[in-house]
Design a protein around this ligand. Structure first.
Ligand SMILES: [Zn+2]
Length: 351
């Protein structure tokens, strides 16, 4: 009878393991289900402790051994290029632009339409009190986006109604000619430039700088008064942000050449252009690795990164700054805290 007893013992352990797994998956949904937090729900923003930690190192290879919820992978594969939604207040189709960041958020290197991705998303949804469908949707994005915004010290300070101070000339370092895009003079706070150099060296070693312009800087420190003049001259103030309080005034923000679709410049926010960047090995590498060097990204703009290694300079109340040009809001731009309801989670104070 010993083999039979062993078999029964084995089956018992297996049943316990399966039971524990489903308990783990569905436990947060027991009883009352919390509403998804996020700007759309009008619920509270995550606290600093709940913010996304810096993304560290490369993901493990996708093994795809865990099946996702039935049908989820196919649904994601389709919606990746067809989902009609407005994640930043303007209509967009598909979510592939944000797929690299979403994959990092849910901790998978599996492709967005794969079973492994759906399984990872279902686990993330369960952990965040969402229905663990494994299907990417606006509700999941609405939980992710405030975290990404709040990973940026600039946004956190803005939320308090403060615009950080701008460094003066002697407190800025100038990038080398070979680090600048198009021969522009680029200035940054010295430690930010050093961090940029360390990151660039590692990206080069990783083999992700496929184009000669890759990671060259096309915008760094921008003096507040110069931004205001540019706004008036171009009749393009890119919303409140460039006019009143751009992240580029800190000397910690950089616009980097990531990639560009044919016919577009490296800073065009056309969806086709942002998609080209999202598909580049460089952006995918950045999403996973830039955090190790202290850089965080504004996800709407794959090119805009802010260095977090030093505190922002003491600021002034946003309300006290000149408000000229504030009416010309077109779309979220230039490392801004977007003004739209969907994405304004990081910028309530700006209203
Ligand atoms: Zn920028």
């Amino acid at each position: 009878m010993r083999p039979l007893r062993r078999l029964l013992w084995g089956l018992g352990v297996l049943a316990l393991a399966i039971g524990a797994f489903w308990l783990w998956v569905f436990w947060p949904l027991g009883g009352q289900r919390a509403e998804p937090r996020g700007p759309r729900g009008g619920a509270e923003l995550p606290t600093a402790a709940e913010m996304a930690p810096p993304l560290v190192a490369a993901p493990a290879l996708c093994v795809g051994s865990q099946p996702g919820p039935p049908g989820a992978a196919a649904a994601n594969a389709a919606s990746l290029s067809t989902l009609a939604w407005s994640p930043f207040g303007k209509a967009e189709i598909g979510w592939e632009i944000y797929a690299p960041r979403i994959a990092a958020e849910i901790g998978t290197s599996c492709a967005a339409g794969s079973d492994g991705f759906a399984a990872a998303l279902a686990r993330w949804q369960a952990a965040n009190r969402l229905a663990p469908t494994g299907v990417m949707d606006a509700a999941a994005f609405a939980v992710m986006l405030p975290r990404w915004h709040l990973a940026r010290p600039f946004v956190r300070v803005n939320r308090e109604g403060t615009c950080p101070g701008a460094p003066s000339g002697p407190d800025l370092a100038t990038a080398r000619a070979d680090e600048s895009y198009g021969g522009k003079t680029i200035q940054l706070r010295p430690a930010a430039l050093e961090a940029y150099r360390r990151m660039t060296a590692e990206a080069r070693a990783a083999g992700v700088l496929r184009r000669p312009e890759a990671l060259k800087i096309y915008s760094g420190f921008r003096a507040p008064d110069v931004d205001a003049q540019r706004c008036a001259r171009d009749q393009n103030c890119q919303g409140l942000t460039r006019t009143i309080c751009s992240a580029h005034r800190t000397g910690l923000a950089v616009d980097l050449f990531i990639d560009a679709a044919p016919g577009f410049g490296p800073d065009s926010s056309a969806d086709a252009n942002r998609l080209a960047m999202a598909r580049s090995p460089l952006y995918r590498w950045m999403v996973w690795n830039a955090g190790r060097f202290g850089f965080v990204n504004y996800v709407y703009e794959p090119w805009h990164w802010e260095w977090t290694g030093e505190p922002l300079l003491p600021g002034t109340p946003i309300a006290s700054l000149p408000q000229a040009g504030a009416g010309s809001v077109t779309e979220p731009a230039e490392g801004s805290t977007p003004q739209t309801p969907a994405a304004a989670s990081g910028a309530r104070s700006r209203r």
